[in-house]
Design a binder for this molecule. Structure first.
Ligand code: CDT
Length: 306
């Protein structure tokens, strides 16, 4: 048995006017709840420190850069790292990263239980658009504000568990999961900000959107025999609703814990990493069963071709 107690710290809405410090104090309260439940790892959402700012069209680079963090930890987030170390809890959370070279990424980091950053991921699949789109009910400007991640889907041995990260839209792409699966990943952590409404099809409905999120995560977990934790930032941000649906999923693809609302909410599960072994050595023993001679299109072409 190689058990970890994993917490998923769903966060309710963050308004444009909320300070980083106010958000971090909510993250601390979730961390304290996680400690009370015996968690040794807590996963927070994508862009956990701010509102989902890519819904706002901006042209002024100084205004845009105000949503980004130039270093991590920084003055606002230091208390989170300190409290995590005091509790002996590893954490993962997302934020907008502005590098010293001036690059902009949608990033998540992973710490060990001493508060040291041991892993970083930069979002690869950026949804949305670059220019203002009057045809949409609201904007989704990730392609305007971020560059595609340059770190790939690396995995990290964090105190005996092989962990990987992806962010929001990445979860919908089987390639994301397989690249980590091919490294033997045991736990995939991801955060998301998913609007409750499809900006290009307002009739779609919340239940279908929740289903597609859960389908993506449960399939990715099952097909790669890995634990997965998918964590929402949810609720209504300045009038724009984000869906909940935070889940912890086992290596058979079953949901073992889920949130019930759209506010700050901590769920936890006891996750035995040894449970990954059955799938990895039988039906998804990649070395025995994969047929790479038929997979060339996966990396040689992007769109549909005949
Ligand atoms: N944050 C994020 O990646 N959200 C997307 C919404 C896509 S709609 C343009 C998601 O896949 O949930």
């Amino acid at each position: 048995m190689r058990e970890r107690v994993i917490g998923a710290a769903q966060m309710g809405p963050i308004q444009k006017s909320d300070s980083r410090e106010a958000v971090v104090s909510r993250m601390l309260a979730l961390l304290d709840r996680a400690a009370a439940q015996g968690c040794d790892l807590v996963v927070y959402p994508e862009l956990a420190l701010t509102t989902f700012f890519p819904r706002w069209y901006m042209e002024d680079q100084a205004e845009i850069d105000g949503w980004f963090e130039r270093e991590m930890p920084n003055a606002a987030t230091r208390p989170l790292f300190d409290r995590a170390r005091e509790h002996g809890i590893a954490i993962s959370f997302g934020y907008a990263e502005l590098t010293p070279e001036g690059h902009h990424f949608n990033t998540s980091i992973l710490t060990d239980r001493q508060g040291n950053i041991v892993g970083k991921y930069r979002k690869v699949h950026l949804p949305g658009h670059v220019e203002y789109d009057a045809a949409r009910d609201f904007q989704h400007l990730e392609k305007r504000y971020f560059e595609p991640g340059d770190l790939g889907f690396e995995t990290f041995d964090n105190e005996g568990t092989l962990m990987g990260m992806c962010i929001c839209n990445d979860r919908r792409w089987p390639e994301t999961w397989r690249v980590m699966g091919l490294q033997g990943v045991e736990l995939v952590m991801l955060g998301y900000n998913t609007p409750s409404v499809n900006s290009q099809n307002r009739g779609e409905g919340l239940s279908k959107r929740l289903y597609h999120s859960e389908l993506s995560v449960t399939a990715g977990a099952y097909q790669n025999a890995t634990w997965a934790v998918a964590v929402a930032k949810a609720g209504v941000e300045d009038g724009f609703p984000l869906m909940g649906g935070t889940i912890i999923v086992d290596p058979d693809g079953f949901v073992v814990a889920r949130t019930t609302g759209e506010g700050d909410e901590l769920i936890a599960a006891h996750c035995d990493m040894e449970r990954c072994q059955f799938g990895k050595t039988t039906i998804f023993d990649f070395a025995r069963h994969r047929r790479v001679e038929h997979y060339g299109r996966i990396t040689s072409q992007t769109g549909v071709e005949r």
